[in-house]
Design a protein. Structure first.
Length: 296
């Protein structure tokens, strides 16, 4: 597979992100609750599919959490795991074969997998449609792509509080978040997209930020400010977070949006939509209602 084209805007510092992820590996057991929730949601969807998958790929495997949830279903054969952080790849080998590879390169043969999975990793990809297209190319005809990633509404309370504090104290903002790519750009047959929201209550903002570091989700934007953020900004952000979003019991909510995309590589056996005008019955007749022309 070819690396990302040079024309793709670079938003993320790959080395910083890999470093964040590598540091998180040693104590990931204490911070993987969000990965567990997302993995369970993927496993639930796989369980509903009436077919088996002899060879699958788990891209962004972390410590093998998703594979651990998929194996007991009895419909998954061999799962190849891949992660950008070598430390996670080593840990994932407890669940099966695993390699370390960059986000932008998927070093596997064309049409080699019956299913490709990814759980809470692709929000760190510069060219999301491009990488998902690579995943699409790895699928055999009628192969399944099932991915979940953090959506743009994740941690909106934290982002709002930090932005307000930085503007108030520093007179401007430093890059902390990135725009989400439009998943409709991906070429897949029968695509289904949905979003879940998970809200976790924390005693304060600093405990939330500690959990994010433990997950390997620290700021890895290329244009981030390299000098440490002042204590004054963080203290003010914590005050704003509490006053704007705090719960009655003194805790603060942190919302995580998990977007899940399911699609299938095209195959001649899949149902095709009828061409316009090919219907043989009127919808109004079927429903027992009157159809109205919106242009009249």
């Amino acid at each position: 597979m070819e690396p990302l084209a040079e024309t793709i805007p670079r938003l993320f510092d790959t080395q910083a992100q890999r470093r964040n992820r590598s540091r998180a590996a040693a104590h990931y057991d204490d911070f993987r609750f969000l990965k567990e929730e997302a993995a369970l949601r993927i496993a639930d969807r796989v369980e509903l599919v009436r077919r088996d998958f002899a060879l699958s790929l788990d891209f962004g495997a972390h410590d093998g959490t998703l594979t651990r949830h998929l194996k007991p279903l009895g419909k998954i054969g061999t799962i190849i795991q891949a992660d950008p952080a070598p430390q996670f790849a080593v840990m994932a080998r407890n669940q099966g074969p695993a390699i370390a590879t960059d986000y932008s390169i998927l070093p596997f043969a064309y049409e080699s997998f019956d299913a490709v999975f990814s759980c809470l990793t692709l929000h760190w990809v510069d060219d999301l449609p491009g990488v998902i297209s690579q995943m699409r190319n790895l699928l055999k005809p009628d192969g399944m792509l099932l991915i979940s990633m953090l959506g743009g509404n994740s941690l909106h309370q934290l982002r709002s509080a930090l932005a307000a504090a930085e503007t108030e104290i520093n007179g401007g903002l430093s890059p902390r978040t990135a725009p989400m790519a439009d998943i409709r750009d991906v070429r897949l047959a029968l695509p289904v997209a949905d979003a879940d929201r998970i809200t976790v209550n924390y005693p304060n903002m600093f405990r939330l930020m500690a959990d994010l570091r433990g997950m390997g989700e620290g700021n890895a934007m290329i244009e981030r400010v390299r000098r440490p953020t002042s204590r004054q900004v963080f203290m003010r952000a914590a005050e704003i977070y509490q006053s704007e979003f705090g719960n009655d019991d003194g805790t603060i909510p942190a919302s995580f949006e998990i977007i899940t995309l399911t699609g299938w590589a095209p195959h001649e056996s899949q149902q095709k939509p009828l061409r316009p005008g090919a219907a043989t019955h009127r919808l109004g007749d079927t429903l027992g209602t009157t159809e109205f022309d919106p242009e009249s």
